[in-house]
Design a protein around this ligand. Structure first.
Ligand SMILES: Cc1ncc(C[n+]2csc(CCOP(=O)(O)OP(=O)(O)O)c2C)c(N)n1
Ligand code: SF4
Ligand SMILES: [Mg+2]
Length: 314
């Protein structure tokens, strides 16, 4: 049998896709070109504003169809990629992050966006959340937190407040809720921010800042479920008599303890960037390992590399 003709160097070169050609003549996509199917969310659902702002962000950052990557799990919020006319995957409940991690690590020319619900991110996907955060895999995760399982029609979620009456807690929730900001900081996320669907400019600011961050950027976006938890976030909405408090200007975003303290404020708490630090990404570390390995194998054909591996195993 003839040995394979492609050598590892060729394959190595393919691992790092070339950057998209800077085509100044290409116009940013419009909302019309980005919008796919008609969103099937209930009228008034907070998720609409997150989608509209995602379109705005893609338009502003001049991302074209072939560079847009929208990944989700399962849930009302996770229907997100269906409504974006570009590459995207509506994956398994709680598994958006491992899928997104694979894309992020193998396609450094893309910026991966993952969208999840509170159940998707912190219940069934809680483990993946912690590990993606600590590994600092480059991507942006926006959790559309409505404090309930929407798609499956009102069960208690990990962020539901104590006393919330649902189909799984008819007498009121008894389990202490997860605080997404604390959870993200403790897990080792390097960008942690909080916003709310009722403040579109702020949502846009937070999504863009997360996208610019070189690492795992996490944004919790309060997103009201008008069907199963109406009025949940009124206390954070000035139009409903509530208060939208931005994080104080003098907050040091690199101070983990200060961030944790801000996150401990009772609802409606603060909005903005709680925590942001630079730490090497898994993407950068793996790229370095690959580069070093390739250097050692220069000039060898695939079959010779395979032979070396077999020789080592003898
Ligand atoms: C493996 C698996 N377990 C359970 C379900 C059922 N299920 C679908 S969505 C969902 C929860 C959705 O809640 P959340 O993630 O908060 O999203 P929302 O609908 O509120 O946006 C559950 C339990 C499923 N689809 N797959
Ligand atoms: S059930 Fe709730 S979360 Fe789902 S689409 Fe309707 S309002 Fe939105
Ligand atoms: Mg939910």
């Amino acid at each position: 049998m003839n040995p394979p003709t492609t050598d590892l160097q060729d394959r190595g070169a393919n691992l790092v896709a070339p950057p998209a050609p800077a085509d100044a003549a290409r116009k940013p996509l419009t909302k019309k070109e980005l919008a796919a199917d008609h969103p099937t969310w209930c009228p008034g659902c907070g998720d609409f504003s997150v989608l509209a702002l995602y379109f705005k962000l893609l338009e502003k950052r001049k991302l074209w169809h072939e560079k847009i990557t929208t990944i989700s799990g399962i849930g009302c919020s996770s229907r997100f990629p269906y409504f974006v006319q570009a590459n995207g995957v509506h994956y398994i409940h709680g598994r958006a992050l491992p899928f997104a991690s694979g894309i992020s690590l193998s396609r450094p020319d893309l910026h991966v966006f993952a969208f999840s619900g509170d159940g998707d991110a912190f219940s069934i996907g809680g483990n993946h959340f912690n590990h993606t955060a600590r590994k600092n895999i480059k991507m942006t995760l926006v959790c559309m937190d409505n404090w309930v399982y929407g798609l499956t029609k009102k069960q208690t979620s990990p962020t539901s407040p104590l006393g919330f009456k649902s189909k799984t807690d008819t007498w009121g929730a008894v389990d202490y809720p997860i605080n997404p900001m604390k959870q993200a900081i403790a897990a080792g996320a390097t960008f942690v921010a909080r916003t709310t669907h009722s403040n579109p400019n702020h949502v846009m600011q937070m999504m863009e800042a997360a996208m610019e961050h070189d690492g795992f950027g996490f944004v919790e976006c309060l997103s009201e479920c008008v069907e199963f938890y109406e009025g949940a976030f009124d206390a954070s909405n000035p139009r409903k008599g509530g208060a939208f408090r931005e994080i104080p200007k003098d907050h040091n975003v690199t101070d983990e303890c200060a961030a944790y303290k801000l996150a401990a404020e009772p609802f409606p708490g603060y909005f903005g960037i709680f925590y942001q630090v630079n730490r090497p990404t898994k993407n950068a570390k793996e790229a370095e390992i690959q580069k070093n390995a390739m250097e050692k194998l220069q000039g060898l054909k695939d079959w010779q590399i395979l032979q070396k591996t077999f020789d080592r195993l003898k």
